[in-house]
Write a protein that binds this ligand. Structure first.
Ligand code: FMN
Length: 251
């Protein structure tokens, strides 16, 4: 199985060490092939806020050559790993720059059958918040399952306790990947999905990228991706979210 690794540290330090322990552990469970993308080597400029990806399409982003190949790698992978050190209690600027370029995926979620492992490290604090932030973003982009691995070094070397934690999470994640089981997304992600689905019903004056996506993919007809069984309650919430936007239109 193919895994794209998006490494959000500018160096091969603590986060790289944790990543490699996780990879070694995962290899014990299956034939995983890892492709590393080190954001520190990619020289991705900051998002300049032009809105072209959102309104006209991601192929209009001025930095598309830097971003779209990473997206293609994710699409061609069975699952991904995203890593970040904690800087000032949050993800690195390097990773945030990548995430900003991917913002159009909130409007046009698509990674419905993908799973992800998030690795964050810190000296002492902020590792959990950073992991949870990345997990939330991935779910909004449509990811089916996200496991988090927040690691606090609290010393120059990794403690045995942390090594055990890394191995446990890697083992659990590997088994989940191999099971190929798809999960029901949480209600808040179904809700947001349907807001965007409704917003995409009509093309906007300044661009029709969302409209084209929802129509051309056929997703505009479904309360969630048809291959993901969301059950009755989530389906009702999705319909309600969709109709809430419609009510606003009528005022
Ligand atoms: C600019 C900067 C900001 C940091 N901010 C925090 C922080 O808010 N909280 C913390 O506990 N550690 C912080 N650290 C420590 C790193 O999160 C920690 O050493 C991390 O494991 C480094 O990962 P790396 O070796 O992969 O770069 C910071 C380090 C740097 C360089």
């Amino acid at each position: 199985m193919k895994c794209t690794v998006i490494h959000g540290s500018p160096r091969r330090g603590n986060t790289w060490e944790v990543l490699n322990i996780a990879k070694d552990e995962m290899r014990k469970y299956g034939e995983f092939e890892f492709k590393d993308i080190e954001l520190g080597k990619e020289n991705i400029p900051h998002c300049n806020g032009c809105f072209l990806c959102i309104y006209k399409g991601e192929d209009k982003c001025p930095h598309r050559e830097k971003i779209n190949y990473i997206v293609k790698e994710i699409e061609d992978s069975d699952f991904i790993i995203i890593t970040s050190p904690t800087y000032s209690m949050q993800v690195s600027g390097l990773l945030k720059t990548f995430i900003d370029h991917m913002s159009y995926n909130f409007h046009r979620p698509k990674f419905f059958k993908k799973k992800a492992l998030v690795i964050t490290t810190t000296a002492g604090a902020g590792h959990k918040a950073s992991s949870k932030y990345i997990r939330d973003i991935l779910y909004y982009w449509g990811f089916n399952f996200v496991e988090i691995m927040p690691i606090a070094y609290r010393a120059m070397v990794l403690s045995n306790k942390n090594v055990e934690k890394i191995k446990d999470i890697s083992s659990r994640f590997s088994k989940n990947i191999l099971s190929e089981k798809l999960n029901k997304p949480k209600i808040k992600y179904i809700f947001m999905y349907n807001l965007w689905r409704r917003f995409g019903e009509e093309p906007l004056e300044y661009g029709d990228a969302d409209h084209r996506y929802w129509k051309n993919s056929g997703l505009s007809k479904h309360v969630y991706h048809p291959d993901i069984n969301i059950g009755v309650w989530r389906g009702l919430v999705g319909k309600a979210a969709y109709n809430i936007v419609g009510m606003g239109d009528k005022k």
